[in-house]
Design a protein around this ligand. Structure first.
Ligand SMILES: [Zn+2]
Length: 224
């Protein structure tokens, strides 16, 4: 594959811009993101990024460390759980809270996790949870919802919404859809398969065996 074809999987060299300290996004979304940030500012909110571009290696490291018990593995309620010995069980347990390496939308450089910096208490460590969206950041999210439904968010919208695929809703995760659609045009599950075949990734056998069904549940529903 040439370098451009690798971009949807978090590989290759995307054209990134550091938009907030330590957070990088695709250069193509910068103008619209600045417009959305300014729009939020006028409404009294500080659009603060908590996660942005993430390369394949970073997602792979999260995946493998969870599989080895080096990062806590959480159940559906967010409670730490023992490491399953069955590889398939382990894979689905990791998928409860972590994206498949090579298929995270954070690979695209078009997706960011956001909070309202102006209503974040000093010293509070953001968790990115549904409780925050309906709690301290509720007004910000209500405002965003209005902008999205009014088609007034400069191409941004939520992706992980109820009723779509098996990834839990993530109100804090927004994407610049016109750009992400272009990035995903040439996404191929066969290419992802061959990346896994050549990668030291935990649960590799079951990942490869279940890849088609994983794509139906965790990848394609979010090509929006
Ligand atoms: Zn996210």
């Amino acid at each position: 594959m040439n370098a451009k074809d690798l971009l949807p999987y978090g590989l290759g060299n995307p054209d990134l811009v550091e938009i907030q300290k330590g957070y990088f996004v695709d250069a193509e979304i910068v103008d619209d993101l600045n417009k959305l940030t300014e729009d939020c500012r006028k409404a009294g909110f500080e659009l603060r990024i908590e996660s942005a571009y993430r390369p394949f290696e970073k997602q792979l490291s999260i995946w493998n460390r969870k599989a080895r018990g080096e990062l806590p593995l959480l159940d559906g309620q967010g409670v730490p759980m023992p490491l399953p010995t069955d590889e398939e069980e382990l894979m689905y347990a990791i998928l409860t809270w972590s994206a498949l390496p090579g298929a995270s939308r954070h690979h695209l450089g078009t997706d960011i996790d956001v909070v309202d910096g102006s209503s974040c208490p000093p010293g509070y460590e953001v968790q990115l949870t549904p409780a925050e969206c309906t709690g301290m950041f509720a007004k910000f999210h209500e405002y965003l919802t209005g902008r999205f439904s009014g088609n007034a968010a400069f191409g941004f919208d939520r992706v992980f919404v109820p009723g779509r695929g098996k990834i839990r809703p993530e109100g804090w995760h927004i994407a610049h859809l016109p750009t992400s659609r272009r990035r995903l045009e040439n996404f191929s599950i066969d290419a992802l398969r061959s990346i896994y075949e050549n990668t030291d990734i935990a649960c590799k056998n079951v990942l490869l065996a279940r890849l088609d069904s994983l794509a139906e549940d965790y990848i394609y529903p979010y090509f929006v």
